[in-house]
Design a protein around this ligand. Structure first.
Ligand code: PEP
Ligand code: MN
Length: 348
């Protein structure tokens, strides 16, 4: 079974009440107009803390069923156990997704895959299973999960939701290269944790040749019981996202790729590394300033020749390790001298 692209999955983080589920769905339908989408809501919420909202459970499936019947929207929910799979499929869910926390556990994914396989063998009418990247940036684990799930015969869709509210472009690129046959969606909501960042991130879909998006939308985000900072209102979807969603429908139907996606993937990888580089340098300066305070308090001069020499020797050893990665000793020393000079300036 093939799935039409782009694939859009929109709806609240969690099913909270019948009213919230139905109202968000009907407002979203108005906001999207002709743009087809799958409606999402989590019935079971595998939250980090046991002291937060854990989802309404099975009752949420009944409300999703109602959305499907009344508004004719395909529906999706999250599963974390084989029991969830059976209950969700019995309730007529069209798509299921496996969240980032379950995706970090191969045994959990295998148990879910087995339950889907059993269902599919008898019923054969399930439309697709989405697998988010694990909470840790492990491309191998994500690929392994795809392999476990595709044995069910059900279409598998990858969802890049990032780690710790940051994209993990290098991991996603690795998975894209290994499995170009598996559609990949962007989840800008969990990737940023902030509703205002969602529209900018959505631009990456076209730049990277992704296949769609999963976006959290709530009729009243402020009152949401989970992920309230990252959910858009249906009205924001209508005004801000609708033009992007419509454009992607046209792009993916009409324009053959000119191959620029690969360059864009490499560029997001570089941007990600640059960011890490600056964060690391900033963290180093912060420790250096603390050292400066200690030296002042103890009457020690900022430049200690012995320590300086020690670091240069370490750098040479490091250079031996990374030689094949095309970092010359001169280059490493040059960069380090610049950092060290700035560091001394801060300690003066
Ligand atoms: C979700 O989609 O609501 C969710 C919990 O996602 P993740 O597993 O990516 O945190
Ligand atoms: Mn969420």
């Amino acid at each position: 079974m093939s799935i039409n692209k782009p694939i859009y999955i929109l709806g609240p983080c969690a099913a909270e009440s019948r009213e919230q589920v139905l109202l968000t769905a009907s407002q979203l339908k108005d906001a999207c107009g002709e743009i087809p989408f799958i409606y999402r809501a989590g019935a079971w919420k595998p939250r980090t803390s046991p002291h937060t909202f854990q989802g309404v459970g099975e009752e949420g499936l009944v409300w999703l069923q109602e959305v499907k019947q009344r508004l004719g929207l395909p529906v999706a929910t999250e599963v974390a156990t084989p029991e969830h799979v059976t209950k969700a499929l019995e309730a007529g869910m069209d798509y299921l997704w496996i969240g980032a926390r379950s995706s970090a556990n191969p045994l959990a994914v295998q148990a879910i895959a087995d339950a889907i396989g059993d269902w599919e063998l008898v019923n054969g009418n399930f439309k697709g299973i989405l697998i988010k990247n694990p909470v840790n940036a492990d491309a191998g684990l994500w690929i392994g999960n795809i392999e476990r799930l595709e044995k069910t015969g059900v279409p598998v869709i990858a969802v890049h939701r990032g780690c710790n509210h940051q994209p993990c472009w290098a991991m996603a690129h690795q998975v894209r290269l290994a499995r170009p046959d598996i559609p990949m969606l962007l989840d800008p909501s969990h990737m940023s944790g902030e509703a205002v960042k969602v529209p900018e991130l959505m631009k990456k879909i076209e730049e990277l040749g992704l296949d769609g998006a999963m976006v959290e939308v709530h009729c009243d985000p402020k009152s949401a019981l989970s992920d309230n900072a990252q959910q858009l209102t249906p009205n924001q979807v209508g005004h801000t996202l609708n033009p992007i969603l419509s454009r992607l429908c046209l792009v993916s139907l009409n324009s053959p790729s000119d191959g620029s996606e690969e360059l864009n993937w490499l560029r997001v990888e570089i941007d990600e590394l640059d960011e890490r580089l600056w964060d690391t340098i900033a963290a180093r300066m912060e420790v250096s300033e603390r050292i400066g305070k200690w030296k002042k308090a103890h009457g020690v001069a900022p430049l200690q020749p012995e320590r300086y020499q020690q670091i240069v020797e370490k750098l040479k050893i490091k250079n031996e390790e990374v030689k094949n990665k095309s970092l010359s000793t001169d280059f490493m020393l040059h960069i380090w001298e610049l950092i060290h000079k700035e560091s001394l300036r801060k300690q003066e």
